[in-house]
Write a protein that binds this ligand. Structure first.
Ligand SMILES: Nc1nc2c(c(=O)[nH]1)N[C@H]1C(S)=C(S)[C@@H](COP(=O)(O)O)O[C@H]1N2
Ligand SMILES: [Mo]
Length: 240
């Protein structure tokens, strides 16, 4: 097992343009309206200024991963703020909507037809624990390409079945290691860990990684509700 697991191939440029319809000139026209808050975060974090087109065509550099021998099977504590929703994977549909040309409702079967990426990364919770975990799933960038985001989108909201909610910047959402995961340590994701599907990424703290995601909404602007913990004072960007 090599020390760094290479991520599986990204969709190539042609496939991406076909999937997303991003070849049109419309994408080059970027929006200019922005709130004071977005201006502030836009100046603090460089990636927020990149257009969705640039991010889709030039994936950001992956962060180094761990060998599967480094997985810590017992270290990932279940951290659930409220209750554990039971979702029937057969009838489950993941809604992807918002500022997109092609909103979708995908079954787990649809999602599992897309390229599977596996990564072994460190999960870090602000409560003072961490765990090396292997996640398997579909790249969020592949899902977002399918729905054809409009040119000026900047944020992504995630709604969960337990009432949890999160928002991410578009650059972090399109990072090649930001997955919608349905496997953990080589097995189907358990209910406690977010089945049927959850966010997983080595570039954000644990509380950004929503479990039991039911809806992904692409937007131009953040609303006053930015995330379950963020709205109680935790940092929004929460990058690693
Ligand atoms: N829907 C939902 N997602 C969530 C949470 C939650 O309570 N509800 N907790 C978060 C926190 S604080 C962490 S550290 C991770 C924990 O994931 P795990 O329970 O699979 O270890 O999930 C995150 N995602
Ligand atoms: Mo956490």
């Amino acid at each position: 097992m090599s020390p760094i697991q290479r991520p599986h191939r990204l969709l190539n440029r042609r496939q991406l343009l076909q999937l997303s319809g991003l070849s049109g000139a419309g994408l080059l026209l970027s929006g200019c309206a922005s709130s004071l808050f977005e201006n502030t975060v836009g100046k603090t974090f460089e990636p927020l200024n990149q257009s969705v087109e640039a991010l889709l065509l030039n994936p950001q550099k992956p962060v180094p991963e761990f060998p599967t021998s480094a997985i810590e099977p017992d270290a990932l504590l279940v951290n659930t703020f409220n209750f554990t929703p039971q979702i029937d994977p057969e009838t489950f549909r993941l809604t992807i909507d918002g500022e997109v040309n092609n909103p979708m409702q995908l079954s787990m079967k649809d999602i599992q037809k897309l390229p599977l990426t596996s990564m072994t990364i460190r999960h870090i919770c602000v409560e003072g624990w961490s765990a090396i975990v292997q996640w398997g799933g579909v790249r969020l960038r592949d899902l977002l390409s399918l729905v054809q985001p409009k040119a000026n989108v900047r944020f992504v909201y995630f709604k969960s079945a337990d009432g949890y909610y999160e928002s991410w910047d578009i650059a972090s959402s399109l990072h090649p290691q930001t997955l919608m995961a349905y496997q953990k340590n080589g097995q189907l994701l358990s209910v406690e860990n977010g089945a049927p599907i959850r966010l997983a990424s080595p570039i954000k703290l644990g509380y950004k990684q929503s479990k039991w995601v039911t809806r992904i909404t692409i937007v131009n602007h953040l609303t006053p509700s930015r995330g379950y913990w963020e709205d109680q004072g935790y940092e929004w960007f929460a990058g690693l």
